[in-house]
Design a binder for this molecule. Structure first.
Ligand code: ZN
Length: 335
């Protein structure tokens, strides 16, 4: 099996100017034996300089990325930048079209599909093209997420704690430059194969975000996303701006313990007893889960297992055993 991607781009990543195009992913379906699925891609290039790659719609129920990056792609002209910007506003376009986290075509989670394979199902084929062709061009990688259908978040820019201290320092600088209220250091508690993890491992200055949730989608979260993208492109010396006020200093927070991510111990209706931003102590009751089958039973408490602040909580009451209900963070120190 060749390791070469079967995905074809109809843009020239080296050409000066602005191009709207597509990544064409081969598909064979019930309605067409020979077909392609198109993933929109935009390239804006002016002279030489660093390359920023920005992704939206990695998860199909998180819309801040698609809207922000489509606005940016239409608005930005090559003479406003120095270097190159590659925008993929709807990385998992099939999922964006139906508003689901996972792809409706193969059931896969794009953000667990990296690095992918050229002979994978469609999600893995897209991931492989990104891994092998797009990410190597990048100096700065931005992957815009939010809590989607299931989770409410305090608006934040996020990253893992990477071993390379120089890379970590640059990522924190870029994170601060965004201007979101929080810079959030997280760990993976739900599997491997994330786009940002791979980009970090490739040594790229990498930022993810959690801008809110599907139900928080609106002027405030879109504003934090749009201003943040421009602030970070300015930080990377790609966007030329005559004047920009310094962004407010964010709080650096981290959820470094597995116990900071509280999963439901039973299925049922999750009733929150805390809100985003609340300071809580280990043992505090953060919520409770009511049994649907046994209304006579007392609800099962959701207890904090660490001290911290509520960074995220479940956005919807219906909950299955093992699903995240609350995530706690503490101040993060970087010397
Ligand atoms: Zn996401």
């Amino acid at each position: 099996m060749s390791s070469e991607s079967l995905v074809r781009a109809d843009v020239d990543f080296e050409r000066q100017g602005k191009q709207f195009g597509n990544l064409a992913v081969p598909q064979s379906t019930n309605s067409a034996g020979w077909a392609k699925r198109f993933i929109p891609v935009v390239v804006i290039k002016n002279g030489s300089g660093p390359t920023a790659v920005l992704f939206g719609g990695n998860h199909g129920d998180e819309f801040e990325g698609p809207v922000t990056l489509m606005n940016l792609a239409r608005r930005l002209e090559p003479d406003q930048i120095q270097g190159r910007i590659i925008l993929v506003p709807m990385l998992n376009r099939p999922a964006v079209e139906v508003g689901t986290r996972l792809s409706p075509l193969d059931g896969c989670n794009m953000n667990r599909a990296f690095p992918g394979r050229p002979d994978d199902t469609i999600t893995g084929m897209i991931a492989h093209y990104v891994s092998s062709t797009i990410l190597p061009m990048a100096d700065l990688v931005v992957d815009i997420h939010s809590g989607g259908s299931s989770t409410l978040f305090l608006p934040s820019v996020n990253m893992h704690e990477v071993e390379n201290q120089e890379q970590m320092r640059k990522m924190l600088d870029a994170g601060r430059a965004w201007g979101a209220p929080y810079v959030f250091i997280y760990r993976d508690v739900a599997g491997a194969g994330l786009l940002p993890t791979l980009a970090e491992q490739m040594g790229k200055v990498t930022l993810g975000t959690e801008m809110g949730s599907k139900s928080q989608f609106g002027v405030e979260t879109l504003g934090i996303t749009a201003r943040g993208v421009e602030n970070v492109l300015d930080w990377a010396n790609i966007l030329k701006r005559s004047s920009a006020s310094a962004p407010p200093e964010p709080q650096l927070v981290a959820a470094t313990e597995e116990a900071d991510y509280i999963m439901a111990s039973a299925s049922g209706l999750f009733e929150p007893l805390c809100e985003l931003g609340d300071e809580v102590k280990s043992g505090n009751r953060l919520g409770q889960i009511h049994s649907i089958e046994h209304p006579e039973r007392a609800p099962i408490p959701v207890l904090a297992q660490t001290n911290g602040m509520v960074m995220a909580r479940r956005a919807i009451p219906l909950t299955l055993q093992g699903e995240l209900v609350v995530a706690l963070v503490r101040p993060f120190e970087f010397s």
